[in-house]
Write a protein that binds this ligand. Structure first.
Ligand SMILES: Nc1ncnc2c1ncn2[C@@H]1O[C@@H]2COP(=O)(O)O[C@H]2[C@H]1O
Length: 428
């Protein structure tokens, strides 16, 4: 079972198919590891900074991790059930119990307080694959595009596996969260009435893959450390270009679109690129200004493919930064996770004697301060326009209400934090 690998030529061995069938029948999902070269992870940066030997070790460890991914699945599965050792009698019942709860959650997948963290636990860390399969089914995309289920599973497994599970924020759960939000936005009456199956396919695929193989550090860090991706993409939308090209690589490796005419699959690849590249946060103002102009002029015509594509870009951008619009308990977890990832980068910069990037210094950039700035300058202006576009829908009103409540809560926490900073220490 440890040797579950997609061969470089894309052929599954009998052993693979057997494992796949057993696993699919028992759990309704499977894990697949593959052999493409991935981007460096954060610990890898430490290794490459320290020694050549470290690079070799890190490469070996990465290979080992991939070889063990199937074993990790079972290990995680046992941990989730609180079982230290095998207890075969209870496994089946408990599996069904968890998957039953996951299926129940999926029956309410369009609700805004969908708890993606719980869903990820219930699916043993397979939230992205499970969610995407469900959404492709309910949107009738498998039938419409005549997709091969084995290829679809293979592609989604590769995407999920290429997210770095050791990133606190940019991991497969974030991708699943963005996908669930994107689905909610595509269901908004003003969009849903106009979207074609191709739009639905592109929107969900782009959401699922938009951050794949994210290394847990930002573009300025890649530029400062002269990372090969920065020179490959000439310091422009470096990460987003990598997410897109990785997605294209996985699409081709899985053969998911191989039955479609070449011009159609090329068009899909290009449109996916345009959607994923739109998530570059440094282009936020460019999109916001155009969106505002369209709303002021009331000239959005969703019968036009170009206008629908623009609205998919906006919807994906909203989904990507919607965490402050979630219910507090979900929103807070994302805030803490994203700051933890920033602080890890800051710690690394400190260790490498580099200037610490904005928002990345755990000694000066508190979580409440980072959140208030992010909500005020990025999220609120975008969602104000989104609310206008939806005229405003119930969902938009709920999101804005959450955003205001969360911002107030962070403001109160900031006051507490600021007061504790000015208090003299007990020894003084
Ligand atoms: N809650 C948050 N607080 C601060 N920054 C955030 C938050 N959520 C998302 N972001 C930032 O928004 C960015 C969107 O694009 P990225 O995924 O490249 O990186 C993301 C983070 O840097």
């Amino acid at each position: 079972q440890w040797r579950l690998r997609v061969r470089p030529c894309g052929i599954l061995l009998f052993q693979d198919i057997f494992v796949y069938l057993c696993h699919t029948l028992s759990c309704g999902q499977f894990f697949v590891s593959h052999s493409r070269k991935s981007c460096m992870s954060l610990p890898d940066f430490c290794n490459s900074a320290s020694s050549q030997q470290g690079e070799v070790e890190s490469g070996t460890r990465r290979k080992l991790n991939r070889l063990l991914s199937f074993q990790r699945f079972f290990h995680a599965s046992r941990l989730l059930r609180g079982l230290a050792s095998h207890s075969p009698g209870s496994l089946h019942i408990l599996d069904n119990d968890y998957l039953g709860q996951a299926a129940h959650m999926l029956s309410k997948v369009e609700t805004w307080n969908f708890d993606i963290f719980l869903f990820d636990r219930l699916t043993n860390g397979n939230s992205l694959v499970t969610l995407m399969c469900h959404l492709f089914n309910v949107c009738d995309l498998i039938h419409h595009f005549q997709l091969d289920m084995v290829k679809l599973h293979r592609f989604l497994g590769m995407v999920q596996d290429d997210y770095h599970s050791n990133n606190p924020y940019h991991n497969a759960v974030h991708a699943a969260d963005v996908t669930q939000a994107m689905y909610c936005y595509m269901k908004e009456p003003r969009l849903a009435e106009q979207l074609t199956p191709l739009d639905g396919f592109l929107g969900l695929m782009a959401a699922a893959a938009h951050d794949v193989d994210h290394p847990g550090v930002n573009q300025p860090f890649l530029m400062k450390t002269r990372h090969h991706l920065a020179s490959l993409y000439q310091n422009t939308s470096v990460l987003e270009s990598h997410h897109w090209r990785s997605t294209v690589g996985m699409l081709r490796e899985s053969g998911l679109l191989s039955h479609l005419p070449a011009n159609i699959s090329q068009d899909i690849e290009q449109q996916l690129g345009s959607l994923i590249l739109a998530t570059d946060i440094s282009r936020q103002n460019e999109f916001l200004v155009t969106f505002r102009e369209h709303l002021d002029n009331q000239d959005l015509d969703l019968q036009l493919a170009s206008h629908r594509h623009f609205m998919l870009q906006i919807a994906l951008k909203c989904a990507d930064v919607c965490n402050p619009c979630r219910d507090w308990e979900l929103s807070r977890q994302w805030s803490e996770r994203v700051c933890e990832e920033f602080y890890r980068q800051g710690d690394l910069e400190r260790k490498l004697n580099m200037e610490i990037s904005p928002l990345c210094d755990k000694l000066t950039d508190s979580v409440p301060a980072v959140q208030i700035g992010f909500i005020s300058y990025i999220v609120q202006p975008l969602f104000q326009e989104w609310q206008r576009f939806t005229e405003p829908s119930l969902l938009s009103q709920m999101m804005m209400s959450n955003l205001h409540k969360n911002k107030d809560r962070w403001s109160r926490l900031w006051c507490v934090h600021a007061a504790s900073e000015t208090q003299p220490h007990s020894e003084e």
